[in-house]
Write a protein that binds this ligand. Structure first.
Ligand SMILES: [Zn+2]
Ligand SMILES: [Zn+2]
Length: 303
């Protein structure tokens, strides 16, 4: 197998682009694809201050390297979750990558920043741990970005994450999630803009990118993750893509380009700012977090 670009030995095949690439041209291809997405969706510009959420996984650490390589003004933020060994290892991976990139990321301990105990709050929240964890991370990212004048938040969601989520939401017609899904979520008066520059790149490609870039990353799944459904959808989509290369990417990009615009309208839920912390909330006067906090206070006081 020879590289389509330089005719040296190729190390990876990308059937949907009809490419076989050597290590050097594979890296170039990933960086170029990301750059194309950033431009195409008008995500951010060189002079903007960009906050990147890094978890310690292949996608966010790989994206960190790509954004640095492309010369963007990016600051990485790692949220330290209270998940024991898993959180310690994630932090280690972020530190390792920071050293390699000669960068100083920001570290925020979730419990300290929010002034809560994650597991006690989860009991009051009463929904699955992954949904609570996601909500908390979004809260920290958004409020931190707002307070420190970052205009845009980038995350490492890739094509497989996005298509698995899309398939799940289409199968159940979760209109409210479909409305909010896309490579760009525009800012509103309470939230900065949110972008996903890796939406054209697969899980497999990001693993390979991290390995060939000598980035160490956390490979195991979070011990609390019960998100077997998304893995199930990813596997199904990969089976389809193996038979019909490009289907996964077509499914997602056509949804964004055509279907979403035609069939789904902006949500007409009433958006408000939390009375206490100014984070966005839809129905109540206070946001999910301030609600939990006030319930915790009441239980502590024995009411
Ligand atoms: Zn080559
Ligand atoms: Zn609040």
């Amino acid at each position: 197998m020879k590289c389509t670009v330089c005719k040296e030995d190729a190390v990876i095949k990308i059937p949907r682009h009809n490419l076989k690439l050597c290590e050097e041209h594979f890296k170039e291809h990933i960086i170029f694809q990301t750059q194309r997405v950033i431009k195409h969706f008008n995500m951010f510009k060189k002079d903007e201050s960009l906050l990147l959420a890094v978890s310690g996984g292949k996608d966010s650490l790989g994206l960190w390297l790509i954004l640095k390589e492309l010369g963007f003004n990016v600051k990485a933020l790692h949220i330290i979750m209270p998940f024991g060994e898993y959180s310690e290892k994630s932090l280690e991976m972020v530190k390792g990558c920071a050293k390699k990139l000669n960068e100083k990321p920001l570290y925020i301990e979730a419990n300290k920043y929010l002034e809560i105990d994650f597991f006690k709050a989860l009991k009051i929240y009463k929904k699955p741990i992954c949904s609570f964890c996601g909500k908390i991370k979004r809260y920290i990212l958004s409020t931190y970005a707002n307070r420190n004048s970052y205009t845009t938040i980038a995350t490492g969601h890739n094509l497989d994450d996005e298509t698995a989520f899309l398939l799940g939401n289409v199968l159940h017609w979760h209109i409210e999630y479909l409305n909010k899904q896309g490579p760009v979520l525009e800012s509103n008066q309470f939230m900065p803009k949110k972008v996903k520059p890796l939406v054209r790149i697969t899980d497999e490609e990001m693993s390979f990118f991290a390995k060939t870039s000598e980035i160490e990353y956390i490979e195991e799944k979070c011990p609390y993750s019960r998100n077997a459904k998304s893995i199930f959808f990813k596997n199904i989509l990969n089976e389809i893509d193996a038979q019909m290369p490009g289907t996964k990417s077509f499914f997602y990009l056509q949804y964004i380009k055509n279907i979403k615009r035609i069939f789904f309208k902006e949500s007409d839920e009433k958006l408000k700012g939390c009375r206490i912390c100014h984070y966005q909330t839809y129905n109540d006067d206070t946001c999910f977090l301030c609600n939990i906090k006030s319930k915790m206070k009441r239980t502590e006081n024995g009411h």
